[in-house]
Design a protein around this ligand. Structure first.
Ligand code: DGY
Length: 341
């Protein structure tokens, strides 16, 4: 039932009172749900849109475990309601939707799903980079609009990816996986990260530079940093000026890392040549966003990890974290192991 908030649809709740109760905020792949149901009485919100916060609060009152998505804001208010909450397992590697400090203070473990989505996300960054550089979506639209009349010497000219310079902002797992893809395209690879890693520099053939230098020198800038206070609007008007009119911005990290109003102006005024986004400041992007009118933007609905295989792996990983937390065992992937239940 699209758009409705009622009723909550429960699937698989088997009313076994001996089992701990958990709330799963969306129908994740069955591989994970089955594991959860083995050990817990699971209530699953199975609508397309996320449960309203009031529903999450109501549900966590009765629960020991919560399996959340990046669309759920899990803050102090939710945790106060969840007096018996032992574990919050996020179905994502990012966990900026959760107030981890508040969880730690309350002795609630928080789990995430790192590693399994690295290559799938790097593939998506690469697809956006290629699509923006070689104008794939514009070409597709052109053909479907029946504008293809002949081969033209100057039709839809783009930018070579091969031998271009790539600037990776954030050389974590996903940033490194993107660098590996760039090797195959004979690119010069620059990176900026808060922590320099000379070992990885050698093994991947990447050069560390300061952010401003990376922006000045790169043809393609790809963002792979987490969303924190420091990275919010890391890329704005000043940074687009540094990037220059032949460059592209690719963002598969989190939308607010980019100042979207500044991005719009940079794309509109050709201060940069193009962009590929899988994430936006507000998700879903508002219907009236001016970005949607631009041809030099390729945009997707936060699907970087969306392959059958990876979403299944994320589901089992999130389930493993949830089950471990319910059973008082260490979470296989815990972001706050210092929490004391
Ligand atoms: C994540 O895991 O953080 C991605 O944004 C969605 O898979």
């Amino acid at each position: 039932m699209l758009g409705s908030t009622q009723p909550t649809i429960h699937t698989g709740a088997d009313h076994d009172m001996s089992k701990p109760k958990v709330f799963v905020t969306r129908a994740i792949p069955e591989a994970g749900l089955a594991m959860v149901r083995e050990v817990a009485e699971a209530k699953v919100w199975s609508e397309q849109l996320p449960p309203p916060k009031s529903v999450i609060i109501e549900e966590v009152r009765k629960c020991e475990g919560l399996l959340s998505l990046l669309t759920d804001t899990i803050d102090t208010e939710v945790m106060e309601a969840g007096e018996n909450l032992k574990v919050i397992s996020n179905y994502a590697v990012g966990y900026n939707n959760i107030d981890v400090q508040a969880a730690t203070e309350r002795g609630i473990y928080v789990g995430n799903t790192p590693g399994v989505l690295t290559d799938t996300t790097a593939d998506m960054a690469w697809a956006l980079l290629m699509a923006a550089g070689r104008r794939i979506v514009e070409g597709d639209n052109y053909v479907r609009a029946l504008k293809w009349k002949t081969w033209e010497p100057q039709l839809l000219l783009g930018t070579d990816v091969c031998e271009a310079t790539l600037g990776i902002v954030g050389l974590g797992r996903i940033g490194q996986a993107v660098a590996r893809r760039a090797q195959g395209f004979d690119m010069r690879i620059l990176y900026y990260d808060m922590v320099r890693n000379e070992e990885i520099e050698k093994s991947l053939g990447v050069e560390f530079v300061q952010l401003d230098d990376l922006l000045r020198q790169s043809d393609f800038v790809s963002l792979h940093c987490p969303l924190t206070d420091e990275t919010t609007h890391l890329i704005g008007a000043r940074e687009f000026e540094l990037m220059g009119p032949e460059s592209y911005l690719i963002n598969t990290s989190r939308g607010p890392v980019v100042d979207e109003a500044a991005l719009y102006e940079a794309l509109r005024d050709n201060k940069i040549r193009g962009a590929g986004l899988d994430v936006t400041e507000v998700e879903p992007i508002p219907d009236d966003s001016p970005l949607l009118k631009l041809d030099n933007l390729v945009i997707c609905p936060h699907i970087a990890s969306a392959s059958f295989k990876t979403r299944n792996k994320m589901a089992t990983m999130a389930a493993e974290n949830l089950v471990a937390g319910l059973q008082g065992k260490p979470l296989p992937n815990c972001v706050n192991p210092d929490a004391v239940p």
